[in-house]
Design a protein around this ligand. Structure first.
Ligand code: NAD
Length: 495
């Protein structure tokens, strides 16, 4: 029962609603004090919430729960389907899993939505016109956590990008843009280098864009895109990105808007949602009544809209904006001359409560409404491609020269497979390698069908038996397939 946040007139129906069940986690560090402040403001705005409290974070980690969440907390989440979460402290050292990654993956929260605006002239920023929404894919990419040490010198992290994953997040980005009256969606990838994985994300972006002719689209390579976002953020509207790039650029965006303490974040899936601030638990500020509760409060407003309590969301956002306009500021955004009153966490919350029912004078007036459901995983009605096995990349640990390795491997394959190429860290070193290329102990040795278009799995097993017999230290293999005749593997120099 997920919803987007559409700008429309306030709906009367939210007044008739029952209390919405919500799971609340107070977190660590500044978490408890900012959560208390936010719940006070939400209550003053008329939020109808049936709160179930759960413990997450440091104490739970220390009690032996490796992901920072106790098993019974999942029961609450299954009941309420909505989590309002203060930041937690992730303990240092091995053996602890990220609570956020665990929650995102367990609850299928595939979309991380981070609206970042400037609040000039009330909050100092070099980018007064910034108003961008970053929609980050939340489950895939290098965050699968599949890592291996393969040789003495080489470690690997697997980057997984799936078509259904791309389709869901890109469709969500376009649906969000249309629902919010935004004019442009920009996609960042690095598909000039990662032609298959990032290439898929870009291709799906282009495909889905065709269903949204009313929305302008652009694609940028992520390095120049991130640089432009930091330099001219007002040139962007909605940005959709794979997981890792999104992680990095959304923090950059939050920081340059004025303070990391201002930015909210929604993690959305088809059945569950989690709302939190972008920032962490700021342990040094803990217990000092100094932290800015705005990020968590604006996340709370997003949650109220998600729950269909539209007027509450608007009341919170408007009173908050009026407080910021009135110059009532926590230390992180307080500037002599620009601000009027320096306040702590609790007094800031009280200032927002005192302005409940007021609208901002010059900042935009909040307008939220509930909207259609999140896109479910796309149906698997595609015809499977014609998949042909045409070879194998055998990764080998070898200390010695390229020539020695090539001489050892060339006679192998029993006439059915033959050595076509060796590369080291993606650079072709045989045949016709350059003597200057630095080589590690990790070699990719490509065997392809000798004179035949396709091979059988048994040919691969025979090859590997032969390699084992000759003492070749193979540490990993990747099958080479064509899909409808198109290679499903990188080809050519430097890949
Ligand atoms: P942080 O966001 O806690 O702090 C970064 C800087 O921003 C610090 O100077 C801090 O004082 C300041 N800051 C953060 N929130 C603020 C606020 N509301 N008001 C005013 N200033 C604020 O990041 P960190 O120091 O890298 O991480 C601290 C802990 O938080 C770590 O254990 C980390 O793992 C955890 N963390 C948790 C989450 C989460 O639960 N979602 C997110 C990020 C980091």
């Amino acid at each position: 029962m997920n919803q987007l946040f559409v700008p429309t007139e306030p709906s009367a129906r939210d007044d008739a609603q029952q209390a919405a069940p919500v799971t609340v986690a107070h977190g660590d560090g500044i978490g408890p004090e900012i959560m208390e402040a936010c719940l006070r403001v939400l209550t003053a705005a008329g939020a109808r919430l049936a709160i179930e409290r759960i413990e997450v974070g440091q104490d739970v980690y220390k009690a032996g729960h490796g992901a920072g969440i106790a098993p019974e907390a999942w029961d609450s989440l299954r009941r309420t389907r909505v989590l309002y979460k203060a930041p937690i402290t992730t303990p240092q050292g091995g053996g602890y899993k990220s609570l956020n990654v665990t929650i995102r993956k367990t609850l299928g929260l595939y979309a991380n939505v981070r609206p970042v605006s400037a609040y000039a002239p009330f909050v100092e920023t070099r980018h007064p016109d910034m108003d961008v929404v970053i929609i980050r894919e939340n489950e895939e990419d290098l965050y699968a956590g599949i890592e291996h040490r393969q040789t003495d010198e080489v470690y690997q992290c697997l980057k997984l990008i799936t078509r259904p994953g791309c389709e869901r997040i890109v469709r969500h980005a376009f649906a969000y843009a249309r629902a919010h009256g935004r004019r442009k969606v920009t996609c960042f990838t690095k598909d000039n280098i990662m032609k298959l994985t990032d290439g898929l994300f870009h291709r799906v972006f282009d495909e889905i864009a065709e269903d949204y002719p009313d929305i302008e689209t652009e694609h940028m390579i992520v390095d120049i895109g991130a640089a432009m976002l930091a330099d001219t953020p007002h040139a962007f509207d909605v940005i959709v990105v794979p997981n890792l790039y999104g992680d990095i650029i959304s923090d950059i965006a939050a920081q340059i808007s004025g303070s990391v303490g201002l930015a909210p974040s929604a993690n959305l899936g088809t059945d569950f949602a989690m709302f939190e601030a972008v920032h962490g638990s700021a342990p040094r500020l803990a217990g000092l009544d100094m932290a800015n509760p705005s990020g968590l409060l604006l996340a709370g407003a997003m949650m109220m809209a998600h729950l269909g309590q539209i007027r509450v969301a608007e009341r919170v956002r408007n009173a908050w904006a009026r407080t910021i306009e009135d110059g009532v500021h926590t230390f992180d955004i307080y500037r002599e001359g620009r601000s009027r009153r320096a306040v702590g966490t609790a007094d800031f919350a009280q200032a927002v409560i005192d302005r409940m029912g007021h609208r901002p004078r010059s900042l935009p007036v909040a307008r939220y409404a509930a909207a259609p459901a999140m896109p479910a995983p796309p149906p698997r009605n595609r015809q499977p491609a014609r998949k042909e096995l045409v070879g194998i990349d055998v990764f080998v640990q070898h200390v010695g020269t390229t020539e020695a390795l090539a001489d050892m491997l060339r006679p192998l394959g029993r006439g059915r497979l033959s050595l076509g190429m060796i590369s080291n860290r993606g650079v072709k070193v045989w045949p016709d390698g350059m003597p200057e290329t630095f080589c590690t102990d990790h070699w990719r040795c490509r065997f392809t069908a000798a004179g035949r278009a396709s091979i059988r799995k048994a040919d691969i097993i025979d090859l590997l038996s032969e390699l084992a017999l000759h003492g070749v230290d193979f540490i990993k293999t990747e099958h080479l397939y064509t899909f409808d005749g198109t290679p499903g593997f990188s080809v050519g120099q430097g890949q």
